[in-house]
Design a protein around this ligand. Structure first.
Ligand code: HEC
Length: 301
């Protein structure tokens, strides 16, 4: 991995930088994914709550308002008693106050042209129609109010009462036909998925928050790493690299001097000083051995 002449600092760099990069990517990327997941979970909770309110408005209209409205003179049609109308009207007001909140009941063949589905909604309706066991779809999409979290549930006709107004025009109140015409919102079947309840809740802020937090984390980690890197390489330089270089120079100088007792003076850690002493001793013994050889004395064991 390391060339045979790689310096100590270069070696440290070779080890530390890849570790830093991996830690920053995994750390900040992981934090972003966790925060995003958390934002999705919270948006799902809010969306379910909003949907329950819409379901409650529908139920209230069906059970409490419609019977009273039905008692009114039949010449006029009161859409105030229509569950879909009540729920959507309430949420239009909510959206007026909080643009990211919206609630719709689009149908493939809607009574009110305003409930015609967008292409995205058509896709959602068709998925529910194709997969009977599917009961909820969620996701993020763009809107005028920025990124929003959406939740959709199928509307299945399970109550035969609905078919009074949605099967054939002759069964529907004439006042309704007068208002909505005889061609829209009819022909629905019992147990058919005819549309969806779909709503949006805000998530743009939370997503932005996740990105910002992940970036701050990456910045923080980077700062810690830069400081660690410099402290580490500086310490290495001061305690090892420089003293070793000095020692090399000193040993080299001693090898050419005539004074065989010349000390090898170096600064540095205890280990470096010990090494310097050993080199001095080694040099001395070498000199002695050489001298003995030259004088023909047998070498000491
Ligand atoms: C009294 C007649 C009447 C009854 C009963 C009725 N609806 Fe409707 N429905 C309407 C009218 C009228 C509209 C259009 C309201 C508007 O202008 O927004 C409508 C709209 C809807 C919509 C929105 C899509 C569209 O067609 O515009 C859905 C979904 C819906 N109805 C489902 C149901 C279901 C489910 C039931 C039974 C629980 C039901 N309706 C019962 C008259 C009725």
């Amino acid at each position: 991995m390391f060339g045979n002449k790689t310096s100590a600092v270069a070696t440290i760099r070779l080890i530390l930088i890849p570790i830093f990069v991996i830690v920053v990517i995994i750390g900040s990327g992981g934090a972003y994914l966790l925060l995003r997941h958390d934002a999705m979970v919270r948006a799902t909770e809010t969306a379910r709550l909003v949907l329950n309110t819409a379901v409650a408005i529908r139920g209230y209209t069906q059970d409490q308002v419609l019977p009273d409205v039905a008692k009114a003179p039949t010449s006029q049609f009161y859409e105030t008693g229509v569950p879909a109308f009540a729920a959507q009207s309430v949420y239009k007001r909510v959206q007026g106050m909080n643009p990211a909140y919206s609630y719709r009941e689009p149908a493939l063949n809607p009574t009110n042209p305003n409930d015609r589905p967008s292409s995205v909604e058509v896709d959602l309706i068709n998925r529910f129609r194709a997969e009977a066991q599917l009961d909820e779809l969620t996701g993020i999409r763009d809107s005028d109010a920025g990124a929003v979290f959406y939740l959709a549930r199928p509307i299945k006709i399970t109550n035969a009462d609905c078919l009074v107004c949605h099967s054939t025009p002759d069964k529907a109140p004439p006042s309704m036909i007068a208002k909505y015409g005889p061609s829209n919102g009819f022909g629905w079947q019992l147990n058919e998925i005819i549309g969806i309840q779909t709503l949006t809740v805000p998530i743009a802020e939370q997503l932005k928050g996740s990105v910002e937090l992940a970036i701050s984390l990456a910045g923080g980690l980077l700062l810690v790493f830069v400081v660690t890197y410099f402290v580490l390489t500086y310490t290495l330089q001061m305690t090892l690299v420089r003293p070793l270089r000095e020692l090399t120079d000193a040993a080299e100088a001693a090898s050419v001097t005539a004074n065989e007792r010349a000390a090898i003076n170096v600064s540095g850690t205890k280990e470096i000083q010990d090494l310097a002493d050993s080199i001095a001793r080694l040099r001395l013994s070498l000199m002695k051995a050489l001298r003995r050889l030259a004088s023909g004395e047998p070498p000491k064991a």
